[in-house]
Design a protein around this ligand. Structure first.
Ligand code: PLP
Length: 286
């Protein structure tokens, strides 16, 4: 099926949507993005993604081309025009096409490039991997120092995903100064008893929208939350481990660098958090 994509105000068949070779997103990875999940035709945590988008744009001195109400309307159009029941909406804003290549940012006459497309994933919330869990390996974190800005420079996360594939596992966890920062495209957690441990927010990690919701629900469910870094050895010795992201939701991690975590099977704390997250977010979906 030909998708309808959004490009700078127009809804177009995907093969008709064209972006300039001088676009700074293409030449310099000068752009930011968001991925919002759709369940039952509704947007999950739309507002959270909109707030983070505004923050990423602000940190890069780019103007936000739309109000929250306009973004919502565009997202809803994309869901409707592409008949998305379960899936994702990818949104990207770049600094646009100044008509040439130059390191300095162009002036305000250069309009941002805005692109949205959909990815249909029927049964997104029933991912069978949630029953078996992910295996991960650790690799050094050599990314830049502003990982809190959701930029499109994703080459090292892609290399991390390939390292995982080559090792026959599901993902890589990045390690810096002896502690885990995050996964290739997710935030990381360990569970000890009733306590959830996850790295605190800083410039070192992306401020996950799913992370914020999961920690809120954990506290509401009388779990303890400790925000601090943890080591790979600690993860291997934990009762349970998991990751969170907008499209994987809450996903158990059952093996780290070849060692089983807990029983080597998804545990009940993670299963409960996943269930609460999906229930509550479906209720609040727009
Ligand atoms: N960390 C990184 C590096 C990511 O790329 C992502 C999502 O793409 C996340 C964490 C999770 O963020 P969210 O829950 O907002 O999807």
């Amino acid at each position: 099926m030909t998708r309808t994509v959004y490009l700078n105000g127009d809804y177009l068949p995907e093969h008709e949507a064209k972006v300039s070779v001088f676009d700074r997103g293409f030449l310099m990875a000068d752009g930011v993005y968001e991925v919002t999940s759709v369940l039952d035709g509704k947007l999950i945590d739309f507002q959270g993604h909109c707030v983070r988008l505004a923050r990423s744009l602000g940190e890069l001195e780019m103007k936000n081309p739309h109000t929250e109400a306009e973004w919502l309307e565009i997202h809803r159009q994309m869901v409707a025009r592409n008949g998305i029941v379960d899936g994702m909406i990818y949104l990207q804003v770049t600094r646009g096409n100044p008509g040439d290549r130059d390191f300095a940012y162009p002036g305000p006459e250069t309009e941002p490039t805005v692109v949205l497309f959909t990815q249909s994933k029927p049964g997104l919330a029933d991912n069978p991997a949630a029953k078996t869990g992910w295996k991960v390996i650790s690799i050094p974190d050599i990314r830049w120092g502003r990982r809190d800005i959701k930029t499109v420079q994703l080459l090292y996360p892609s290399m991390g995903k390939m390292a995982a594939k080559k090792a026959g596992v599901d993902d890589s966890w990045f390690v810096e100064d002896g502690v885990v920062t995050e996964g290739t495209s997710n935030n990381t957690y360990i569970v000890k008893g009733n306590r959830i441990i996850t790295r605190q927010l800083s410039h070192d990690i992306l401020h996950g929208i799913t992370r914020a919701a999961v920690l809120r629900f954990a506290v509401e469910a009388q779990m303890e939350v400790e925000e601090r870094p943890f080591t790979i050895a600690e993860a291997q010795a934990a009762d349970e481990a998991f990751i969170s992201s907008a499209s994987a939701f809450v996903m158990p991690v059952v093996e780290v660098d070849g060692k089983a975590v807990g029983t080597g099977k998804p545990g009940h704390v993670v299963a409960r958090l996943r269930e609460i997250y999906l229930d509550e977010m479906r209720k609040a979906a727009v």
